[in-house]
Design a protein around this ligand. Structure first.
Ligand SMILES: Cc1ncc(COP(=O)(O)O)c(C=O)c1O
Length: 401
């Protein structure tokens, strides 16, 4: 993971100089994204593949940077399916996610998705009906909601607890009986996406060990002939301590050891990561418009806000940022104090960082939030108050634009 702060800062200064109003902008570092994804994929053990979960960030230049570097894309809606197919007619495509419409299942068949990750018996029934009409076959994975001893608790847990995601193992036998009567649906394996925000590589290895063990058990119990295990995404980004990121290299070497076991050699292991791939390449810039003290606390009121960058509000953290000296003079402003960074919205929830220590801050400076490339602009309530969108810059050379 690489953070090229200098070229980003140069681009920020250029944008600010060209903007009469205080600035807010997203910068995306495409060379750094390409290198990061190449590094991630290069570490993967044999028989493992990395797909990209499009929901994390579906901006066209981001998808272009990933295409050909990842094994394919995981789409979770008809919109994502159509977007990917239109842009990349040949790229392997997976279709997962809850609440699929019949029309979306039908679109998935039409667009030739490689696998559908099925969430329930009802979904299997709908798919079977569509396949009868079209006289086709379709490969599927069953998404399972498994409870295991090694399922760590993270801020976003989708599995092992009551959630709408995946199939309860109690219902597996019913699903398998249904499949036995519907040969147009070809069971290729199992899918698990049990948690997000995993920061602990050893814990993730233990979890995958449990998943492999369970799949083996089901294969024996039900005499299944399958060849795929999709272990989902969920590798986290450490927003609170950015220097302490998930040990991907260590994780992959532990995984390689596990996958060397003869009983696991028949499986292809797929990942569908989002956050871990694209968060590091994005930066959200806000210019400080006002510094004010209110009931004993300092606030930096900045251009933009959570309607552009909802990540810190969604995850309830203080998002890391660096200060870039901007229009303000170096002699002005605050020094060595605690400041809350807020945006322009009429809600006390429009906070990006609370009472964080700053060395120096002046009106006209810019705050550059790092790790803003995933679940950021695209998950934000952009129309609230109808402020304009931020400037978007996709930087695609080594020096910065
Ligand atoms: C089924 C599924 N796969 C993959 C992902 C990507 O997760 P992440 O961005 O945490 O890697 C998600 C995220 O919600 C998901 O629901």
């Amino acid at each position: 993971m690489e953070f090229r702060l200098d070229p980003m800062a140069r681009e920020a200064a250029r944008l600010q100089a060209a903007s009469a109003d205080p600035l807010c902008a997203y910068l995306y570092d495409l060379p750094a994204l390409r290198r990061h994804v190449e590094d991630v994929v290069a570490e993967l053990p044999e028989r493992c593949e990395m797909f990209y979960a499009v929901k994390a960030n579906a901006e066209a230049p981001i998808l272009d940077a990933l295409e050909g570097r990842v094994a394919g894309f995981e789409a979770a809606s008809g919109g994502e399916l159509a977007l990917i197919r239109e842009r990349f007619p040949e790229t392997p495509l997976l279709f997962g996610g809850p609440g699929k419409l019949v029309s979306e299942l039908s679109l998935a068949l039409e667009l030739g998705v490689e696998l559908i990750h099925v969430e329930s018996l009802t979904e299997l029934e709908r798919l079977a009906q569509l396949l009868e009409q079209s006289e086709r076959r379709q490969g599927v994975l069953l998404r399972m909601n498994l409870a295991t001893d090694n399922l760590p608790s993270t801020p976003l847990t989708m599995g092992g607890v009551p959630t709408p995601f995946g199939i309860d193992p109690e219902d597996l036998e019913t699903c398998l009986t249904f499949l036995a009567h519907h040969p147009r649906i070809e069971l290729r394996g199992f899918h698990f996406h049990l948690i997000s925000h995993q920061l602990d590589a050893d814990a993730q290895l233990r979890l995958l060990g449990d998943l492999f063990h369970q799949v083996e058990h089901w294969c024996e119990q039900y005499r299944l002939d399958i060849d795929q295990i999709n272990v989902g995404g969920g590798i986290g980004i450490n927003y609170r301590e950015p220097s302490q990121q998930f040990d991907w290299k260590g994780f992959c070497s532990g995984l390689a050891q596990r996958l060397a076991e003869p009983r696991l050699q028949r499986y292809r292991i797929r990942f569908e990561c989002g956050r871990y791939l694209t968060a590091p390449c994005g930066y959200y810039l806000m210019e400080v418009m006002d510094l004010k003290r209110n009931h004993g606390q300092w606030f930096a009121v900045c251009r933009g806000g959570t309607h552009h960058f909802r990540t810190p509000a969604a995850q309830n953290h203080d998002h890391p940022f660096v200060r870039l000296p901007g229009r303000g003079g170096e002699e002005e402003g605050l020094t060595h104090t605690r400041v809350s960074v807020v945006g322009q919205l009429c809600t006390p929830k429009d906070v990006l960082a609370r009472q964080v220590e700053i060395e120096r801050l002046a009106i006209g400076d810019m705050l550059m939030f790092t790790l803003a490339g995933a679940y950021a602009w695209n998950i934000s309530h952009q129309n609230f108050l109808r402020h304009p969108a931020p400037i978007m810059r996709f930087i695609d050379d080594e020096e910065g634009a």
